[in-house]
Design a protein around this ligand. Structure first.
Ligand code: SAM
Length: 186
């Protein structure tokens, strides 16, 4: 046992979403997969409070939130503790000098390695093509490999199977923006 398995009082796999915003995705995932423990991480209370309001009604035993800046994420999880990481519509930080703040940067990929299980994976969705291109370029220097890459998720029937929409995904796909997605592993 370790901290998070003690916390959830079971040995179920732990999946996390970094930058969960108002929580629609992770709440829907926790409802769909009661056999998985979900931890949502969000920097700002102003959006996190919306997720907490929903969880107060839903009372899902397999879902918890942490308000923190993910720059310190290595302090929260132990080696091999997390089975899967979700990044959805992460902030683009468009200026080059802020590239290391992007949740798909080499710097963040290196942080995830400290606690993602060796057979674990990471999924990233965005409608921001320059951010997606950057994310793909970061894979090789960080030592990660792509299992799936699509530039138009919503027109790929196989990849759409079981797709759970995020707040931003709903908003941007409804105005016609193609949604990019990768699934990567180490
Ligand atoms: N994932 C949600 C979705 O797809 O609807 C929200 C997307 S929103 C554009 C990005 C969220 O990530 C924001 O709520 C932001 O506060 C959060 N975020 C960005 N950088 C973060 C960091 N370093 N640590 C924690 N949360 C972060």
């Amino acid at each position: 046992m370790n901290f998070w398995h003690d916390f959830f009082e079971n040995e179920n796999p732990i999946h996390i979403e970094v930058g969960m915003g108002k929580g629609r995705f992770i709440i829907d995932m926790a409802k769909l997969h009661p056999e998985i423990n979900y931890i949502g991480i969000e920097k700002y209370s102003s959006v996190l409070v919306r997720a907490i309001e929903k969880q107060t009604i839903e009372q899902l035993p397999n879902l918890v939130f942490i308000r923190m800046d993910a720059e310190a994420i290595e302090n929260v999880f132990e080696k091999d503790e997390v089975a899967y990481i979700y990044l959805n519509f992460s902030d683009p930080w468009p200026k080059d000098r802020h590239a290391r703040r992007r949740l798909t940067s080499v710097q963040f990929l290196n942080r995830y390695v400290n606690f993602l299980a060796a057979d674990g994976g990471l999924t990233f969705k965005t409608d921001n093509r320059p951010l997606f291109d950057f994310a793909i370029e970061e894979l090789e220097p960080a030592g990660w490999k792509a299992q799936v890459i699509t530039y138009d998720l919503h027109n790929d029937a196989a990849l759409m199977e079981g797709n759970v929409m995020t707040e931003y995904e709903e908003k941007f796909s409804s105005v016609g923006n193609p949604i990019c997605k990768y699934i990567i592993y180490r």
